[in-house]
Each structure stands twice: as C-alpha cells, then as structure tokens.
Design a binder for this molecule. Structure first.
Ligand code: 2BA
Length: 110
C-alpha cells in the first residue's frame, strides 16, 4: 500500500477531491500553509494499493494547475529607504502539485 501526500493550491482542491471520489478513491484534505509564501494551500492524503499510484498521479496532473504568483518581500520602510531602493515584487510559479509517495507499513481502520 502507498500513501500519496500531495500539496496543492487550495483553489484546485474541490475539483480534485470530486474527481478522486468519482473514481472510487478515498482522500483527506488538510488545510496547510506553505513556508515560503505563507499562504494557505491544501495537503491531500490518499491511501491506495501499489498498482493505483500512476492512475492517481494522472488525476492529480489533470486537476492541479501551476500558476504564477507575486509575493512582496517584507522589508521595513526604514530599511528600504536606507537601501535607497523600492522593493520589487517577486514572481514565483507555484506548482500544480508537490507529491510524496510513501510506503505504508501498516493500515488499520479500527
Ligand atoms: P510555499 O513554500 O509557499 O512555496 C510556494 C512557491 O514559492 C513554490 O512553489 C516555489 O515556486 C516558490 N519558492 C518556495 N521556496 C522558495 C525559495 N526559497 N526561493 C524562491 N522561491 C521559492 P512549489 O515549489 O510548487 O511549492 C508549492 C508548495 O508545496 C510550497 O508552498 C510548500 O507548501 C510545498 N512544498 C514544496 N516543496 C516542498 C518540500 N520539499 N517539502 C515540503 N513541502 C514542500
């Protein structure tokens, strides 16, 4: 058995969960926060038999889209003035999904 842990953008989570349910997969959404942007994202946990990994990755590819985001680096005004420059927004591409596939040693539903 495998546990897929996928960090995705929250906006994609409803469509992804609907697609997973429609295909008979069980999934859990956890509301999480990315360390860099410090914005909400979603982590989806999906427990599956080993031979379903590629199918689930295909569903993730279809429903999770990369987007460009702008982040304003935080610098106190006094430091910005001292540096004699305006702080430019930084553009980053947030991935469709950051996916970890883990081996499950044991699975119980009690
Ligand atoms: P965040 O940490 O908020 O990162 C959002 C996006 O910012 C990243 O997109 C990347 O494009 C950029 N970024 C992150 N750290 C950076 C840095 N030190 N310098 C410049 N740009 C940086 P993704 O790579 O697609 O990651 C999306 C989210 O997936 C991340 O949100 C984080 O929550 C998670 N993630 C990504 N890699 C991870 C890892 N190795 N372990 C755990 N979580 C991870």
């Amino acid at each position: 058995m495998k546990l897929i842990m996928a960090i995705i953008q929250d906006v994609d989570s409803r469509g992804l969960l609907d697609a997973l349910m429609a295909e008979g997969y069980r999934a859990t959404k956890i509301s999480t926060t990315g360390g860099f942007l410090v914005r909400g994202n979603a982590t989806i946990l999906i427990g599956i038999p080993d031979d379903r990994v590629e199918d689930v990755l295909g569903i993730l590819r279809k429903h999770c889209h990369a987007r460009r985001e702008f982040v304003s680096p935080v610098m106190p005004l006094s430091e910005a003035a001292a540096a004699r420059q305006w702080v430019q927004p930084l553009e980053v591409e947030v991935g469709g999904a950051t996916v970890f596939v883990l081996n499950v040693e044991r699975f119980e539903q009690l």
